[in-house]
Write a protein that binds this ligand. Structure first.
Ligand SMILES: Cc1ncc(COP(=O)(O)O)c(C=O)c1O
Length: 393
C-alpha cells in the first residue's frame, strides 16, 4: 500500500538514539541489576490536590466537548501567568494543547512548509528533528560550543542562516545541556532573528527548574514580542507529564491563524484536565521548588563524586533534570563509553550523540533517580574511566 511521505520522514528517527536504553530495559527484564539513568521523568508525584481537582471536575460532569482554543478558566490562568512577564498578554494570545510536544507540532505546522529551514542548536532535544521534518521542513544546525557552556551565540546563528530559514527553535532552559540563556544572549540572538525576519519558537518546559541562573526569554523582550511563540506545559513544573497539558502563547494574529489547525487536529482538550491545569497555575504548590532543590543537590553530588576522576569532566547544569559528563579524556566517544558502562558496569546512561553531533564526547545522566543510585553510578563510572586511562588496559 502507499503511504504519505511524512511516515518515511519520521520513520527510524528515534530508534538508534534509544538503542542503549532499550538494551538496558531488556537486560532488566531478564533479571540483570541495572542502574538506569537514561530517561528524565520527574521522580516526584503530582501534588494530591491536582488529582483531587481532576476527579472533582470529572465527577461534576466536566467531560464533554471543549473548543479549539481552550476552556476559559485555564486560558485565563495561562494568560495571567504570562501577563506577569509581559502585561499586554490576554487570552487572545493563548492556545491549549496536550503538552509541549503537541504544541510544538501544531506550531511548526502553522509556520513551516516543505523546503523551509528551521534553525536549532545542536545538541538538541530528541524529538525536535521529528517535529521539524514532519512538515517537510529541514533542520539547519547552529553548533553549540561545550566550551561556552552550550549557550547559543549570535554569531554562530548568523553564520548558519540560509535563505530558506523561517524559524529559530530555541530551548531554554535546555535539554540535554541544562544551559539557561541570559537576557543579553537572547537580545543578541533576537537581533539576528529580527534582521532575517525569523519566527522564534521558544520551548520553556524547564522554566520552573532553574538552579542558580536567572531565567530569560525572547517572549519578555518587547523587541521580539511580535515574532515569539512560547510553548510549555505542566509536565515538568508540576511533575504531571501523563496528564498531557500544555500551551502555546504568541501574537494574537498567530493564534487566530493557528486555530483552524488546532481544531482540525484536536477538537479541543479535556475540560477536567483543563480545570486541573487552571488549579495548578493558580495555587501556590511547592512541587517545582522541591524538585529544583533536589535536582540541584543531586547534580552537585554527582559533580563532587566525579571530582578528580581521570578522563571524566562533568558540566554543571544551570537547570533541568540532567548532567552531561565529557568522557573524551578516556579516549572514547560518549557512545562508546556508554555501551561499555552498560556492558561492564551495568549502568545505563544516554550517549551524547543521541542529542546531536556536538554532544558526541558526552554522556547524559538523568537526575531523576534516588541519591544512592547516582552515587553508585559515579563509582562505576570512575572505575571504568580508571581502567580506560590505565596504559595497556
Ligand atoms: C525540551 C523538552 N521539550 C518538550 C518536552 C515534552 O514536554 P511535554 O510533556 O510537555 O510534551 C520535553 C520532555 O522531556 C523536553 O525535554
Amino acid at each position: 500500500m502507499r503511504y504519505a511521505s511524512i511516515t518515511n520522514r519520521l520513520a527510524n528517527l528515534g530508534s538508534g538514539k534509544w538503542a542503549l536504553h532499550h538494551r538496558a530495559r531488556k537486560l532488566k527484564s531478564e533479571g540483570v541489576d541495572i542502574i538506569e539513568l537514561t530517561i528524565g521523568e520527574p521522580d516526584f508525584p503530582p501534588d494530591p490536590a491536582l488529582l483531587e481537582e481532576c476527579m472533582r471536575s470529572m465527577t461534576s460532569g466536566r467531560h464533554r466537548y471543549s473548543n479549539g482554543r481552550g476552556e476559559p478558566a485555564v486560558l485565563n490562568a495561562i494568560a495571567d501567568r504570562y501577563a506577569k512577564r509581559r502585561p499586554d498578554v490576554t487570552t487572545a494570545n493563548v492556545m491549549c494543547f496536550p503538552g509541549t510536544q503537541t504544541a510544538l507540532f501544531a506550531v511548526m505546522l502553522g509556520l513551516t512548509e516543505p523546503g523551509d529551514g528551521v534553525l536549532v542548536g545542536d545538541p538538541l532535544y530528541a524529538t525536535y528533528d521529528g517535529v521539524i521534518q514532519s512538515t517537510g521542513a529541514h533542520r539547519v544546525t547552529v553548533p553549540l560550543d561545550a566550551a561556552n557552556g552550550f549557550h547559543m551565540r549570535a554569531q554562530d546563528l548568523e553564520a548558519a542562516i540560509t535563505p530558506e530559514c523561517r524559524v529559530l527553535l530555541l530551548n531554554t532552559p535546555h535539554n540535554p545541556t541544562g544551559a539557561v540563556l541570559t537576557a543579553q544572549e537572547i537580545a543578541e540572538i533576537g537581533a539576528v532573528a529580527r534582521k532575517h525576519d525569523l519566527w522564534i519558537v521558544c520551548d520553556e518546559v524547564y522554566e520552573q527548574l532553574v538552579f542558580d541562573a536567572v531565567f530569560a526569554s525572547p517572549f519578555d523582550n518587547p523587541d521580539l514580542a511580535d515574532r515569539t511563540i512560547v510553548v510549555s506545559s505542566i509536565s515538568k513544573s508540576h511533575a504531571a507529564p501523563g496528564f498531557r497539558s500544555g500551551w502555546a502563547v504568541g501574537p494574537a494574529e498567530f493564534t487566530n491563524q493557528l486555530l483552524p489547525v488546532s481544531e482540525t487536529m484536536l477538537f479541543g482538550v479535556q475540560p477536567f484536565i483543563a480545570d486541573m491545569t487552571a488549579y495548578a497555575l493558580t495555587h501556590p504548590l511547592d512541587t517545582a521548588t522541591v524538585m529544583t532543590r533536589t535536582y540541584k543537590a543531586r547534580a552537585s553530588a554527582l559533580i563532587a563524586a566525579l571530582e578528580g576522576a581521570e578522563g571524566l569532566k562533568p558540566l554543571p547544569p544551570q537547570a533541568g533534570m540532567f548532567t552531561l559528563v565529557d568522557v573524551s579524556g578516556t579516549g572514547l566517544t560518549g557512545e562508546e563509553f556508554a555501551w561499555k558502562l552498560l556492558e561492564e558496569e551495568r549502568v545505563a546512561v544516554m550517549p551524547g550523540a543521541s542529542f546531536g553531533e556536538y554532544a558526541r564526547n558526552f554522556v547524559r545522566i538523568s537526575l531523576t533517580v534516588p541519591d544512592d543510585a547516582i552515587a553508585q553510578a559515579c563509582r562505576h563510572m570512575r572505575a571504568l574511566a580508571q581502567r580506560l586511562c590505565t596504559p595497556n588496559h
